[in-house]
Design a protein. Structure first.
Length: 326
């Protein structure tokens, strides 16, 4: 990392063209290799001769071949909108290339409108100041504010690029636990594209003009009128699990955006009713994360137990279901 001007920094990225990118235009290949940067920005850097192909200056329409070496000298504005904050950070694993964290509920991943601070990114910049050199402090994927569980953070430009590429190639395994409305009897796969809601721009929706989205779910436990699911993402669209489960009319319990009105189980006692009424977040937890280490090549995975509030909710639903059968 080098500094070019007082408000800019230069970041060096290197990548090798694999078989999936063979014979693509250079700008198309760059967009896949470096998805954190827009296509227009990458094209500008090509014109500014900040991209080399096998050591030579190139044009955006040039074709790439398997085995070609790409070097990108990205010039980025310093990220002054996110300050370090001494916030708790639950680190599950860390080495010199990446770290795995367990995100709590009620925490946004990075600053955005309405959430300027107290985010995961603020915490990362305090606990690992060197992450200021990476886009969004090395965050390569997000969890919604009230979704709990595992996230991977890159610590170097190389691991950042490789983890992004692995996500794009669907080589990262992500498994969730979800409590949903209704009693499902069989697992299934939802293969429906997701895009912005046509009239409510803060929401996502199943949309034929959206991006491909695939969600696999299996039944772990049935309650009286709810089901605990194991959910596996094949793609990673915004709000994907929440949107897909709502689409098949089994929204995630407590989801304030896609869940609709709270529906209490018939015959629920006051304890269960009270707990469900005060459960103000989607009952969704990122339980398992697995991928090939971007540097060592070792296959790794991590697990995180369901948080106490979801565990308590499942226990109360289980007790109610047992009493109903009796």
């Amino acid at each position: 990392m080098t500094t070019t001007e007082s408000n800019q920094r230069e970041s060096l990225h290197e990548a090798c063209i694999d078989a999936n990118l063979n014979n693509k235009r250079l700008d198309q290949a760059l967009a896949i290799l470096f998805p954190d940067y827009s296509r227009s920005r990458l094209q500008t850097w090509i014109r500014e001769k900040r991209v080399t192909l096998n050591g030579a200056v190139c044009r955006q329409r040039d074709k790439v071949s398997q085995g070609d070496q790409i070097t990108l000298r990205a010039v980025l504005d310093n990220q002054v909108n996110c300050e370090p904050q001494n916030l708790p950070l639950d680190i599950v694993f860390e080495d010199e290339h990446l770290l795995i964290i367990n995100k709590p509920a009620n925490q946004v991943v990075h600053p955005a409108a309405g959430n300027p601070d107290n985010t995961v990114q603020n915490a990362l910049l305090y606990h690992r100041p060197q992450l200021v050199e990476l886009p969004r402090a090395g965050i390569v994927h997000r969890l919604d504010k009230d979704t709990t569980g595992l996230m991977v953070i890159a610590k170097t430009p190389l691991s950042h690029q490789k983890l992004f590429a692995a996500l794009a190639a669907r080589q990262v395994s992500r498994e969730y636990r979800a409590l949903v409305l209704g009693k499902l009897h069989v697992g299934d796969t939802i293969n429906k594209p997701i895009g912005r809601h046509p009239t409510q721009r803060t929401r996502m929706a199943v949309n034929p003009l959206g991006k491909p989205a695939i969600t696999h779910y299996r039944i772990l436990e049935q309650f009286h009128s709810h089901t605990l699911l194991k959910v596996r993402l094949e793609t990673g669209r915004t709000h994907q699990i929440r949107v897909h489960m709502a689409y098949i009319r089994h929204p995630i319990l407590g989801d304030p955006t896609y869940g609709g009105r709270l529906q209490l189980p018939a015959g629920a006692n006051d304890d269960l009713k009270g707990y469900m009424r005060q459960f103000k977040r989607q009952a969704l937890h990122a339980k398992r994360l697995g991928f090939t280490h971007p540097v060592t090549g070792r296959q790794m995975h991590w697990e995180s137990r369901m948080p106490d509030d979801m565990t308590a909710l499942a226990s109360k639903l289980r007790l109610h279901a047992q009493k109903t059968v009796e």
